[in-house]
Design a protein around this ligand. Structure first.
Ligand code: PRP
Ligand code: URA
Length: 256
């Protein structure tokens, strides 16, 4: 699997549900030609060659529910899990397979199984935890590491407090998880820590990204493909993503 877990910058899935920069470019041009107003989210995405927007209709529907201030904690948690699962489907599209034989009730058949046993999920605490269960439902054999970081309220700088990942680091493919990519400070710090520990192949999955955070992460780590379900307008003066969905950790764990 590891041979396939390359930077997927510019990749588009061909089914129209995910867009890398090439597909975003084409769609923006189509909209202009058709006399439609260009989609601002797609226009923003053009700036980021290492970002893949996961725009499957189910994902977009669920992100809209997630944004609503009326969505209660229980549903919020379920939606984050479901969105993470759908995003992981996309982010694992190039997992390599090995042939296996299987006995059906009627005869022996040729089948395949996922060859990689080293897929590793690394949630950034706390809010990244909300993405783990959904992905584990798809890839139950994945290992799980943890990175503890919080963003200082005043300076907006990440403060780290925990780091634990499985061994054989260089052989693993990492999916780093955090629903929010705001200033990008936390994501950059988490990737720095993973690389310092020897990680070579990292993909970052977030639900909502701000252009500021995508810019910072892409500049610091251009080899890390960013998967986002939404690329929002901007940060506000308190470092919150606009329109965003508020404080993901508080909404997931009911702490406010
Ligand atoms: C949130 C979020 C990210 C970080 C993003 O966590 O889950 O980790 O902020 O912000 P940044 O891109 O500006 O660094 P927070 O610090 O609120 O911690 P929590 O998950 O423990 O609530
Ligand atoms: N962290 C969050 O949880 N939400 C934001 O909008 C920004 C950082």
């Amino acid at each position: 699997m590891s041979a396939n877990f390359e930077n997927r910058a510019g990749a588009s899935q061909g089914d129209g549900s995910s867009v890398g920069p090439d597909a975003a470019d084409e769609r923006a041009a189509d909209a202009v030609q058709a006399g439609e107003a260009p989609d601002p989210e797609l226009e923003r995405a053009l700036e980021f060659p290492s970002l893949i927007l996961v725009r499957h209709p189910l994902v977009r529907h669920k992100v809209t529910l997630l944004r609503s201030r009326a969505t209660p904690t229980k549903i919020f948690k379920e939606l984050v899990e479901e969105i993470a699962m759908l995003m992981a489907y996309e982010a694992t599209a190039d997992l390599s397979l090995a042939s296996v034989d299987v006995e059906t009730p009627l005869e022996r058949a040729r089948g395949v199984h996922v060859a990689g046993k080293k897929l590793t999920l690394v949630p950034i605490l706390r809010a990244g935890l909300g993405m783990v269960e959904g992905i584990l439902r798809l890839v139950p054999s994945a290992r799980v590491g943890h990175i503890g970081l919080y963003r200082d309220h005043d300076s907006l700088q990440p403060v780290d407090y925990y780091f634990k990942i499985p061994g054989d680091v260089a052989e693993r493919d990492f999916l780093l998880l955090d629903p929010m990519l705001a200033t990008g400070g936390s994501a950059v710090a988490a990737v720095n820590s993973l690389k310092k520990a020897g990680a070579q192949r990292i993909r970052f999955l977030c639900v909502v990204a701000a252009p500021e955070g995508a810019r910072k992460l892409a500049a610091a780590h251009p080899d890390v493909t960013i998967y986002a379900a939404a690329l929002d307008r901007a940060l506000n003066e308190h470092g919150y993503i606009m329109p965003g969905l508020g404080d993901a950790g508080d909404r997931l764990f009911g702490t406010r």
